[in-house]
Structure formats: C-alpha cells, structure tokens
Write a protein that binds this ligand. Sequence first.
Ligand code: ADP
Ligand code: MN
Length: 559
Amino acid sequence: MGSLTAADGKGQRGEPGRFGRGSVAARSRAPPLLLLRRRPPLHAQMDSVGVAAAPDAGPGPAWQSKCPWGAPNTASISCSLAEVMSEQLAKELQLEEENAAFPEVVAVAEGPFITGENIDTSSDLMLAQMLQMEFDREYDAQLRREERKINGDSKVSISFENYRKVHPYDSDSSEDEVDWQDTRHDPYRADKPTTTPRKGFIGKGKDITTKHDEVVCGRKNTARMENFAPEFQVGDGIGMDLKLSNQVFNALKQHAYSEERRSARLHEKKEHSTAEKAVDPKTRLLLYKMVNAGMLETITGCISTGKESVVFHAYGGNASEDKVIPPECAIKVFKTTLNEFKNRDKYIKDDYRFKDRFSKLNPRKIIRMWAEKEMHNLTRMQNAGIPCPEVVILKKHVLVMSFIGQDQIPAPKLKDVTLNSEDMKKAYYQVLNMMQQLYKECNLVHADLSEYNMLWHDGKVWLIDVSQSVEPTHPHGLEFLFRDCRNVSQFFQKGGVAEALNERELFNAVSSLNITADNEVDFQAEIEALEKMNEDHVQNHGKKLSMFSSDGDPPIYDE
Ligand code: ADP
Ligand code: MN
C-alpha cells in the first residue's frame, strides 16, 4: 500500500497501515506489562510465616496488647525445640511444600509419557512454538551482530533486514492481530478432537508393528522435519535418535507452513512499502517524532524516489500555534551515497555561503546542508512571490514543505502534462518572468531548471527542487544559468511556442549581461571569461562581487 506502517502494524483511525498518531494512542492504552499488586499489611505477611499471633490465640502478655501489629501467635507452631531441629521433620515439611507448589510434576512423570496411552501433547505445540521463537530471536540477534561487525562505522551500510526471522513488529509487540488471525486458528473456537483411524501395520505375528508404533513413527516424523522449508529452523535434532509424536509433528508442520506464509507475506508487505524501504531507522524516527508532535497528521506514502532524495506526502497536523501547517505537505528526505555527493560537490563547495563550513564537515553534515540550502532558497523565492513550495520545517536532512497538488496527487511535471497552445504560451512567459525574478530578486540561479522540476498546478508553473541552486557569482553560476536557459528554450520551442527566445537571448534577458556572441561556442567562452574575471576579483580583493555588472559597467561591490 506504499505507506509507512505504525509500529503496531495498524493504524487506529480505520486506515490500516497508516503511519498516524493513532498508534501512539494505542500504545498508551495497552495494558501495563507488570501487574502491580498492593502489598498486604505487614502483620498479614507475618501471619503467613507463622510468627505473628492468630487473632483467636487469646490474650497475650500486657506488652503484646500494645503491640501495633497485633498479638503474636503462639499457637501456630506447637512443637518442641527438638522437633524443630529434627531433620526428619524438615524433610517432611519441604516435601509437603513442594507437592503443594508443583502438584502436576509427579503426575506427568509417572503418567502418559511412560504408558504410551493417551499421550497428552497439548502443551508440546506451545513449547515448540516458543522454542522456535527463541531460536528465531537468537538467529536475529546473531544477524544484527554480524551486520554491526561488517558495517562498523562505514557510511554505506549493508542490511540483513530481509533475512530476519522475527519481524521487528513482532519482537516488541503482541498487537499484531492480523497475523494472529491469519496464521493460527480462531482462538475462540475449540479444537476439533483428532482421531487416528487404526489401520495399517507391518510385520507378522508378535512382531507386528503398526504405523502407530511410537518409536518407528517418531523417528520417521523427526526425519520428515527435513522437508520443511529450508529456512525453517528445526535444530540439530535430525541427526539424533529423536522421536516426535504424530501430534507434535503435525503441529510443527502446520506451524512451519504458516511461518513460511507469514514470512513471505511480511517480506512482500515490506517490498511494497516504499516508505519502509526508502528511509533508514534514524529518518523513520524523525518522521515518527513529527507525527507524534502533532505537526503532521499522517504520512500517507511516497511520491518520488530519486537518487538524491525521497519525497513523501503527508497530511498536516495542527500542533503549532504560531505556524499554520498546510493541509497537505511534501516531505523531502535527502539521502546520498558517496558517489552522488561527489557529483554534487561542485555546487556547494564553491558556494561562498557554505565555503567555510564545507572543509570541516563530514558527509552526513553535508547532506543536511543540502536540505538547509533548499530551505533557504525556497524562502528567498517565497519572499519574491515566485510560486514554489512553502517551507514548513527543517529537521536535519528532512525538509517539510507545502504540497503542490491535491488529495495526495502531486501536480504533474511540465514534461508530463499536455497543455493547449494558449496555456503553453502562458507558461513560457511565466517561466521567463520567474527566471528573471530568481536572478534579480533572489540572487539565485536554479541550476537544475527543466520540465522535470516545474510543476503545473492551479493554471500556473511552480518551481521545485532548488537544493542545488547557487548565486550568480558562484564560480560556475553563469554556466549553470546558460544550461537552464538551454533546457527552457528547447522545451518551449519544441512545445510550439513561436515567441520563445533561443537560449542565448534568454540568457541575456535573465541576466542583462548582453553577451553579443552569435554562436554557442563563443557565447560559452564569454561566459567563462566573466566567471574568471569574478574569480580574479575575489583573489585580488578578498571579496566577491555582489552582482555581475551589465556590459561595460564597473562591477558593483557588496559592502
Ligand atoms: P529530486 O532531487 O529527487 O529530483 P525533487 O525536489 O525534484 O527532488 O522532488 C522529486 C519529485 O517529488 C518531484 O518531481 C515532484 O514530483 C515531487 N515533489 C517534490 N516536492 C513536491 C511538492 N512540494 N509538492 C508536490 N510534489 C513534490
Ligand atoms: Mn527533481
């Protein structure tokens, strides 16, 4: 269903599988693990060990009647010191006590196990399942240890998650009702008594052996355990002379099958849950916290899984009084591996805003810086009135913003929408306008502008994905702008907008740099010359230009 599931595997709002606040409520309603009993008053405790007096023991000495704990019981033990010291009595008393505490032990030891009749295996199934669960837990613990050993503190980690036996939700919660109902029989219906028809035998005369012969049959059953699914842990009993009774064997077999199905289902469920797959536990915790804080109502699912980020849709909550949270939000989770981090570092490394911090940062902090950049850039755009997502909150590498779209359906990208010629023309002029605003008012170049990062919503174009946007004086800022212009101009020219400027005209219209070269190669050379001039200026004066000047004018300095 593509949604993050709550820890208890079900939401509480009638929307199963939703990662909603209901799960927390459910948790708090769960019965306490420890049933605390009130201690009996002290005198009662003393009664029970036969030291204090029984109420009917009659009046004691004067000091006793003043005793706040009542009169001591002098009648409860009526034996001599010799008797008390007697070993024989001690043994008898102990035996009596043991019999009272474990009455069934004796009965079972002498009973059906030995006679072979009416074997009571009712608790074997439970024992077997408990043992199996224990096996599985140990197996998982071993997996986790190995996982830790392999990963160490390396950035790229390997996960054995899919090999786990006990689903994480099972290991800490018994609220997994769906699985309970699916894999075990109805807990409210009594089991049908199993009857074994008495037929089939081998041998002759007094050597006759029926298939009910426990030894033969038990060994066979043990051997048949090998036919269970390979991942079903049967222990090392197969190599031993182990005899399993039919009932235990059948129960184990049934259990093995249901485990197999359950395991398959869980893995399938996980495969389909993009949210689970896409975020690491730390991010999941961050998301949970946002939901728990009431900032988000529900995280419904994943909108997009890119190389560098995963975007989720969420319904906004209303926890924050000073801030109105949009009814629908987009959550952008920045993720990056070393490769992409390398690809991107040309954007951020040379961005003076982040330059000082760059060298000292570890990769995780750099990922957060991308999120931070996107936030700052969106805020600048918002202030200039450019249609774009509105920042809600930034937490580490998770950026929450307003959702462009409606009812969980994101607005289509320009590349996916078919506009009539009128809308296409309108979109073009709007994009031209926004590029100018971005450059002049926000002092930004988008640096990844194309039909992939423009959404069509409410009859207009919205700009998204600005984590890589830079200021025009970035050492490669003008090259990025030229690339943006090429994408935009090609898209609208192909889209049939006759008025669309070509890439060089568009570049000049946005930057007012009036580069006169009439072919691409010369144009690009002039751009690079301008960038170099700016760099030299930084070298010589220790400070950057605030803006590129228009043709011929002296550069404007940023004081
Ligand atoms: P990426 O770096 O992965 O391209 P984007 O910011 O472009 O990241 O987001 C990826 C996709 O997620 C977008 O193409 C868009 O479909 C969707 N998306 C991102 N932000 C929003 C938003 N605020 N509202 C609606 N959809 C969004
Ligand atoms: Mn994008």
